[in-house]
Design a binder for this molecule. Structure first.
Ligand code: TIU
Length: 225
């Protein structure tokens, strides 16, 4: 199915064309444990302010996107309470004192149903907006995201959330290989490491947009009118 693009967003490496009815806003892992002071991310020594700057632009974009009646999909990284879907390699990675499934500052770390695993209130899903619980970094791995997008005729994605070089980048690469065009608003994605954020965006838009396009939320809002 081909849909005629009807809106154009100023972007790099060149303008991004999309049809609102065939484009979903995919918000990656805006979870309390990654973004809130006192969560798992901060416990690991990360500066959550690097991620918190994405909240307001995401909130504004989400509001505008919802008001157009466009599709919104959220993701959360985490595991079953029995940890049956947690690869042993992921559990022990980092050799930290606490690992996935242990008690953390906001409940069991990266376990579904725990407070820290949930999405921050500023961008909380509305009833009817799919929430994809993913065990990996990419949102397509071991989830029904691709089926949902196909069933809804989605061909383009605006991908936001955290972190730029980990779950956002992995998801954009997975989406690109499945035939989706992805636009990433730079102010709506963030990393604990500013240099990785910058390079994560460069990697997407280099070589003629090898994985996708990079823009800014203000430019998307301008295109929406
Ligand atoms: N959502 C996401 O990016 N999960 C991570 O594990 N990110 C890190 O930066 N570690």
């Amino acid at each position: 199915m081909t849909t005629t693009p009807s809106l154009t967003v100023e972007a790099e490496p060149y303008p991004f064309e999309f049809s609102p009815s065939a484009c979903a806003l995919l918000m990656i892992d805006m979870q309390r444990d990654f973004l809130e002071p006192g969560g798992f991310g901060e416990m690991l020594g990360n500066d959550v302010l690097q991620l918190r700057r994405t909240i307001e632009p995401n909130r504004k974009l989400l509001k505008a996107w919802r008001s157009m009646g466009c599709q919104v999909i959220h993701t959360r990284e985490g595991h079953r309470p029995d940890l049956a879907d947690l690869p042993p390699a992921k559990k022990v990675r980092g050799r930290g004192k606490s690992c996935i499934g242990d008690n953390g500052p906001m409940g069991r770390i990266l376990v579904r149903g725990e407070a820290g695993h949930d999405i921050i209130p500023e961008v909380y899903p509305l009833p009817g907006e799919p929430v994809i619980d993913k065990p990996g970094k990419g949102a397509f791995f071991a989830t029904d995201l691709h089926a949902i997008l196909q069933n809804r005729g989605i061909q383009q994605l605006i991908v936001t959330g955290v972190t730029t070089e980990v779950c956002v980048n992995t998801t954009v690469r997975e989406a690109n290989d499945r035939g989706y065009n992805c636009l990433i608003p730079s102010d709506c994605v963030g990393s604990y490491f500013p240099a990785f954020h910058e390079m994560g965006l460069q990697m997407i838009k280099a070589q003629g947009g090898i994985f996708g396009w990079v823009s800014h939320s203000e430019k998307i809002l301008a295109a929406l009118g």
